[in-house]
Design a protein around this ligand. Structure first.
Ligand code: GTP
Ligand code: MG
Length: 674
């Protein structure tokens, strides 16, 4: 690809609720741009974005993936993020380096909680939002109702730049508001299209929308507003010239109608991104601090290198790849930079521009661009790399729910308790992942975590899935905070978890090798947590539980730990039921963050309980009372809904969601809950 400069670069995060079609939408963009000839599918596991074995296996995104293409002379860097709340650290990290967020919403289900979460994060990061109402080729789509719902959630600035013409199976055309044209897309999924002027009712609708858009855009600049009031309208050129500013200022939140699977409406979205989307120039100055914490700023045109690592991933045959964004200066292969977050020098090895798993080697990357570098020595996600002459630290990503901190992998059901005390894997540095077990807690909290996490550990250790429990301890800061899919599980990002499990495996096998008096752990096999010598070699068996005995073991997580290759995974027994499904199916409020009560405008979970698999024991402190007066001063609060251990706060607008409420619990006493 060409060597693009900041004004020509479009960095955006593709985010939203799970399974809204983000990955296929990105795939369609790559087809439009000619990066790939045919779109892969989720079911076949051959999309550019979901290339990681975890993603292929589970048919969903797990990692944020950078996808690059070129469109209308612009470099398009889309970062496709998973929607599952388990992996919320991915969109949060991606949005941190994005110049705008592309929030994808289901054209059937409408605005779901995942969209609200990423909207709030994009607001915190102060980046513009684009909305995409996708999946419009499905049965029972409801674009207009969802547009209204989006306005209800995100304000009257939400404005459709394209509208579907005949959504539903057979969806092929969109009405383009700025161009007053109906755009009909080819049925072959190529994204090619034909245009014709809108007429009839469509023309009337476009004219009305045009007027609304002019009203909104005119506010972007005083002189424009004056002209608008004098003349009652703006010319097409004026409108176009100011759409970019209006989007930057949040005066317009553009909405696009698409079907990623059918490649309908996608190229028009790309046109808009190329012409009016934010570039790094729109956020040319970012807040930073010196290594001593003195606030300062970093500017795009400072010339001295500053880059931020937003993702670290271990890839087979490559090693650890650090994905970063350059904020000023150039990052160049073969140079030495300084990791200011850590206070250590780093040598910059081979640099790449990335498109999924495809890596194009480049010599350097310029301010505003995104790329990856291999084999950094000590740099982790959230670290700042800079020229040795200029030691600055960019703000790291604030991950939510860092209050649930402890996690323990325990194996072998028979000796679970014994083993539970024995094995813990500790990681202090990785912000999304802290494995910790504190025996002083006495009672540990056991939960059937996301099935996927259990499976990862079970596969790696070759034990039955039913004998793996991910145990979440608490921190005393938030006594007995029950894990939820949305909060605790973000700590259990699959990649470090797999490595932790791999380390545990090697540790246990080393013990077993000593037990059998052999040096080679390759000579050992494991079935259902029982280690024996390979066929042809005699000797008894020994279980993990016997090996670990009463020991207290702490392993510091090593991200480079060698995981088993996936062909050596075995099917690890019966899978656990999805804990959220039964409650959802019966209408019980298992997860308040998915709850919509009649009349409820916006709900925000304060402290959901966790009933565990199949509604097991309640976990955490029993809720005694909620001090509603502690939030009474917040405007727009309609009601506090307390059902057993659930607390939901109903507010008029998402922005009014509550961050603190005082509550009293049975065991822990009064808590000011975050
Ligand atoms: N009918 C239809 N199905 C779609 C479309 N886009 C995606 N799908 C299907 O919806 C499911 C989820 O698609 P993905 O592209 O993985 O959605 P996602 O938002 O990336 O999902 P996560 O990354 O796991 O949050 C898959 O079964 C897709 O085949 C679409 O435009 N139309
Ligand atoms: Mg995806």
């Amino acid at each position: 690809m060409k060597d693009f400069r900041a004004p020509e670069i479009r960095n955006f995060a593709v985010v939203g609720h799970a399974a809204t079609g983000k990955t296929l939408l990105c795939e369609a963009m790559l087809v439009c741009a000619g990066r790939i000839q045919r779109a892969g599918t989720i079911e076949q596991g051959n999309t550019v974005s979901d290339f990681h074995p975890d993603e292929k296996e589970h048919h969903q995104s797990v990692h944020a993936t950078v996808l690059t293409s070129e469109w209308l002379g612009r470099e398009i860097n889309a970062i496709d993020c998973p929607g599952m709340p388990d992996f919320v650290s991915e969109p949060l990290s991606a949005m941190r380096v994005a110049d705008f967020a592309l929030i994808v919403i289901s054209g059937v289900n409408g605005v779901e909680t995942g969209a609200d979460e990423v909207w709030a994060a994009a607001t915190d990061y102060d980046i513009p939002k684009f909305l995409v109402i996708n999946l419009l080729d499905r049965e029972r789509t409801q674009f207009d109702a969802i547009l209204e719902e989006a306005r209800d959630h995100y304000g009257a600035r939400v404005f459709p730049m394209t509208l579907p013409v005949d959504a539903g199976p057979g969806f092929r055309a969109v009405l383009d508001v700025m161009r007053s044209e109906v755009i009909t897309f080819a049925e072959d999924g190529s994204g090619r299209y034909e245009e014709r002027p809108a007429d009839g009712v469509l023309k009337e609708r476009v004219q009305e929308l045009h007027r609304q858009l002019i009203d909104m855009v005119a506010e972007s600049e005083d002189s424009l507003l004056e002209k608008f009031f004098e003349e009652g309208t703006l010319s097409e050129d004026e409108l176009r010239a100011h759409v970019h500013d209006a989007v930057q200022k949040g005066l317009v939140v553009p909405v696009f109608a698409t079907s990623g699977a059918k490649n309908v409406g996608v190229s028009r979205l790309m046109d808009f991104i190329a012409k009016y989307g934010s570039s790094p120039v729109d956020r040319a100055t970012v807040q930073a601090a010196t290594a001593d914490g003195v606030p300062m700023t970093v500017s795009l045109d400072d010339g001295v290198t500053v880059a931020f690592v937003f993702k670290t991933m271990h890839e087979q045959h490559v090693g650890t790849l650090s994905y970063f964004r350059v904020y000023s200066g150039d990052v160049t292969t073969g140079t030495e930079l300084y990791n200011a977050s850590r206070g250590e020098a780093e040598r910059i090895g081979q640099l790449y521009r990335v498109n999924g798993s495809h890596r194009e080697p480049v010599g350097s990357l310029h301010a505003g661009d995104i790329g990856a570098v291999v084999k950094l020595r000590s740099t982790l996600t959230g670290h700042t790399l800079c020229a040795p002459s200029r030691r600055v630290v960019l703000p790291t990503v604030a991950f939510p729910a860092a209050n649930t901190r402890g996690a323990l992998v325990a194996v072998s059901r028979a000796d679970l308790n014994k083993l539970g005390e024995g094995l813990s894997i500790l990681r202090e540095e990785d912000p999304t992942f802290e494995f910790h077990f504190d025996p002083s807690l006495g009672q540990t909290i056991v939960s059937g975590q996301g099935e996927m996490q259990l499976q990862i550990v079970a596969e790696e250790l070759a034990v039955d899935i039913s004998s793996v429990e991910v145990v979440l301890g608490d921190t005393g800061l938030t006594p007995n905070q029950g894990p939820t899919i949305a909060s605790a599980s973000i700590q259990l990002h699959s990649e470090p978890l797999r490595r932790a499990a791999a380390q545990a495996r090697v540790y246990l096998l080393t013990l077993a090798a000593q037990h059998f008096d052999t040096k080679e752990i390759e000579q050992l096999t494991v079935r259902a947590g029982v280690v024996s010598l390979r066929e042809g070699l005699s000797g008894a068996s020994v279980s993990y539980a016997q090996l670990i005995g009463q020991q207290q073991v702490r392993l510091t997580l090593d991200l480079a730990a060698q995981v088993k290759s996936s062909e050596h995974y075995t099917v690890v027994g019966q899978s656990l039921p999805r804990v959220d499904i039964p409650g959802k199916a019966t209408g019980e409020l298992t997860f308040v963050h998915d709850m919509r009560l009649p009349g409820m405008l916006h709900g925000r979970v304060i402290r959901p309980p966790y009933a565990g698999v199949d509604h097991g024991e309640f976990i955490g402190n029993l809720l005694e009372s909620v001090d509603e007066s502690s939030i009474a001063h917040i405007p727009g609060i309609r009601a506090v809904v307390v059902i057993r251990d659930f607390i939901g706060v109903v507010a008029e607008r998402e922005e009014q969601r509550v961050r603190h409420v005082c509550l009293e619990t049975h065991r822990g006493g009064a808590t000011d809950f975050l």
